[in-house]
Design a protein around this ligand. Sequence first.
Ligand code: ATP
Ligand code: MG
Length: 350
Amino acid sequence: MTGRGQVRFEDIVKMHGEFSALKGVSFDIEPGEFFALLGPSGSGKSTTLRILAGLDAPTSGRVFIDGRDITATDARDRDIAMVFQSYALYPHMSVYENIAFPLEMAKLPVAEIDVAVKDAARKVKIEHLLDRKPGQLSGGQQQRCALARAIVRKARLFLLDEPLSNLDAKLRMETRAELKKLQRSLGVTAVYVTHDQEEAMTLADRMAVFMAGEIQQVGRPAEIFAKPNSIDVAAFIGSPPMNLLAALFADGDVLIAGHRLKTALQAAGERDVVVGIRPGALRIAPDGLKARVELIEDLGDTKVLDLDCAGTAMRIRVGDESVPPEGAVISITARAQDIHLFDPTTRRRL
Ligand SMILES: Nc1ncnc2c1ncn2[C@@H]1O[C@H](COP(=O)(O)OP(=O)(O)OP(=O)(O)O)[C@@H](O)[C@H]1O
Ligand SMILES: [Mg+2]
């Protein structure tokens, strides 16, 4: 390995004609970190990854790897391994030959290639499949073959663009866990693109949340979940999504459907706010906000109730023990520290 895998994006802008795909993106990734680029479709995640890989040039701004400005450096000279959504395996080559390919290109001795290929295949548990062609593998096995091909290069940076999107739910979770263990054991820096917030939450040490070509927030998943800094981040992170409703803030309380809820914000006076409360943070309790149960969604271990709260739709997540029937009128509340407040105009956290 030639470096440590530290990344810096400095005010990167990417224009396509008049359209700005990236509007000044800056972030830092520490060596060995698992860093996710999370955001909805079209928000600029792949563009960011391609610029880091050297497959696209930014319109302005600078990219550094291990302190060196590599903005103008050729993709081949960046010491980066990339796994795309489509695995791009060579169909006419065996799994062995696919994994060996980058090393053969680098003209390594045959014996050395053999050791590296078998070692990588063992790490991703496909050593028994080395003689097969990609067409004879399952999606997950192809995925792991693509990973092995990235591993053999011993690059300082691993870039992955929605690498699990073709897998079914079960395999996706298994491969996700393997990927994380693998990244840790290799000690390599990983930059991982996904639009799946759950995937980013479970995999990433830190993540950047993209919206419309801008980073809205960077932080540890738990931090962003606990303190989203905008309405858009709040709505994007967490499942089922956070309840967001217009309300009046008055002297530390919020007024929702005529009911007062205490918040953690100590401020005098009145103003319009957007209130955010996660479905899991709502509690069924006496003397709360009255709401009618419209629908019960059974998720197995928990249930999600769709509520009508004086014309406003809300969701609450409850355990098995306390499920009122559909049509019941219940009373709900939330602790002050679980109430998020946002400015309706700037959409920022208050
Ligand atoms: N060559 C291009 N010409 C014009 N617009 C482009 C081009 N490439 C990308 N874009 C636009 O730039 C924006 C960002 O694209 P990008 O591929 O980075 O999105 P993404 O966040 O990876 O989305 P997805 O989750 O759908 O893959 C999109 O609106 C896209 O349409
Ligand atoms: Mg993309």
